[in-house]
Write a protein that binds this ligand. Structure first.
Ligand SMILES: C[S@@+](CC[C@H](N)C(=O)[O-])C[C@H]1O[C@@H](n2cnc3c(N)ncnc32)[C@H](O)[C@@H]1O
Length: 464
């Protein structure tokens, strides 16, 4: 996942976000209840906080302890906590960034790989050092590959389950990027066996996903925050990790009262299931932040194709990176849930409607009219309804047909997932079962958004 904004350099106390994306809201129907984790202390981690506090030379938390939950390790209230209390405070000095890497190694790496990859490499180096690493207790308690489900760890066959979603392509792109990064690192360190010898591509991807799923961004760099990174996500929580530049620490303030034994959760970000799966390796049914990305194309046989592309590229919003970190380009559009009573079709991007109008133009004159209208307005296409109502209707019909096709494809994929036959009793089967459920959450969420857009467009076009 990509780095998102976190700790600003000017503010003294600002919201931090995990690097993966920003872990935020969703309805948590599959969340376990607080009672399930009560008293479930992780004995293996008993020495973790004392080790970190000794290393930091200050207290980090007198309120929390490491527990076990169905989300993996977690933080549990070790005594009653009142809303507004500071639950943990981790000094920057015991946070792990690429600056912890030996300078000669860092300089050998150069700028060819991004900062997530650099931090992943640091994890691998520390792992190789075993008990000799100053971070050994931290490294030892990181989740193992079999416990992680980020999309990039899925096999090609598993990824086929989500081929309808734009996440499929995003994952393929990331895999290709990581292959390049891996080759670069191997080449650079071929004469330094203590750094990279025996590291497989799979080990490297595992380290990469550890960073995306548990690092926060600090001054544009990913930073692993021991102890704080045991906290799990709950979309309905108001708590977040805050970075305090003045006090040189990251802290979490309780957003409500907790009783001893309750799991403490924070909100990672307002992320769709695609982002949660991509960056963190989990999803939730009925995620209120779901969205869907669709792509439109101008057919090769269209005699006005080059004119249309020129017009769209000139007047459409440039490619952006949305809050979920995915890029959108001139012919791909992110749709959010559309409410039927919304008059202005919020959720259906204006650029998508503009694209449909351009696509429906059948003469050079029409294209010139669209261009003139954009120039006379704010430069963007299709700000006003087309004067020719039949053309406006046609553009809506085009979108309706396109979305209907997507709905049918998603329906079919979901049915296939439900029919999928495998043995959930084997280790492979258990993992596939988890991933299949994630694929279902993802596709069902995106289908819900497509249906909402379809209903809105149908209702709207009947009024044209
Ligand atoms: C920052 S770590 C939290 C600690 C982690 N549970 C561990 O065992 O170290 C983030 C990871 O925890 C898990 N996680 C956090 N919140 C979750 C949730 N609401 N549902 C499922 N898994 C969750 C996911 O595996 C995610 O990648």
């Amino acid at each position: 996942m990509q780095l998102r904004s976190r700790i600003g350099s000017v503010c003294c106390c600002v919201q931090s976000r995990p690097i993966g994306a920003t872990w935020k809201h969703f309805t948590t129907s599959s969340s376990m209840s607080s009672a399930e984790v009560r008293n479930c202390i992780d004995k293996e981690c008993e020495d973790f906080l004392p080790w970190l506090e000794k290393k930091a030379g200050v207290g980090i938390s007198s309120h929390l302890t490491v527990g076990k939950s169905s989300y993996g390790r977690c933080l549990v209230a070790s005594k009653s906590i009142m809303e507004g209390e500071c639950m943990l405070k981790v000094p920057f000095s015991v946070q792990i960034t690429e600056d912890n890497m030996r300078p000669e190694i860092l300089s050998m790496l150069g700028d060819e790989v991004g900062n997530v990859t650099r931090l992943a490499l640091l994890i691998l180096i520390e792992q190789k050092m075993g008990e000799g690493s100053e971070w050994a207790p931290y490294i030892r308690h990181l989740p193992r590959p079999g416990e992680m489900h980020n999309a990039v760890l899925w096999s090609d066959r598993e990824l086929q389950m989500v081929r309808q979603s734009s996440m499929f392509l995003e994952t393929a792109k990331l895999k290709a990027q990581l292959e390049k990064d891996f080759m670069h690192i191997k080449r650079v360190f071929q004469h330094l066996p203590e750094v990279f010898e025996d590291v497989s591509f799979h080990d490297f991807i595992h380290a990469y996903t550890l960073v995306t799923s548990r690092a926060w961004e600090r001054q544009n760099c990913p930073s692993l925050i021991p102890f704080a990174d045991f906290v799990n996500h709950d979309g309905s929580s108001e708590a977040d990790l805050l970075g305090d530049i003045d006090k040189q620490c990251s802290e979490v303030i309780a957003d409500r009262d907790y009783i001893a034994g309750e799991q403490v959760l924070i909100r990672y970000g307002k992320f769709s299931n695609a982002t949660l799966l991509f960056d963190f390796g989990f999803t939730h049914p009925n995620n209120v932040y779901d969205q869907v990305c669709i792509e439109l194309c101008i057919p090769a046989w269209d005699p006005l194709r080059s004119k249309k592309i020129e017009l769209l590229q000139k007047h459409c919003t440039p490619a952006i990176r949305d809050i979920n970190g995915f890029n959108s380009s001139w012919n791909s559009f992110t749709i959010k849930e559309v409410r039927l009573n919304s008059k202005i079709g919020r959720g259906i991007p204006q650029s998508l409607r503009a694209f449909a109008r351009v696509l429906c133009s059948s003469s050079l004159e029409e294209i010139e009219d669209l261009e003139m209208e954009a120039t006379n307005n704010d430069g963007r296409l299709a700000r006003l309804p087309l004067k020719d109502a039949s053309k406006e209707f046609q553009a809506h019909q085009l979108l309706i047909a396109c979305i209907r096709q997507h709905i049918e494809d998603y329906d079919e994929s979901i049915k296939c997932l439900e029919r999928l036959d495998y043995s959930a009793s084997s280790a492979m089967g258990a993992s596939l079962d988890i991933r299949r459920n994630m694929a279902k959450d993802l596709l069902k969420g995106e289908l819900r958004i497509l249906n909402s857009a379809y209903i809105w467009l149908k209702a709207h076009s009947s009024k044209i």
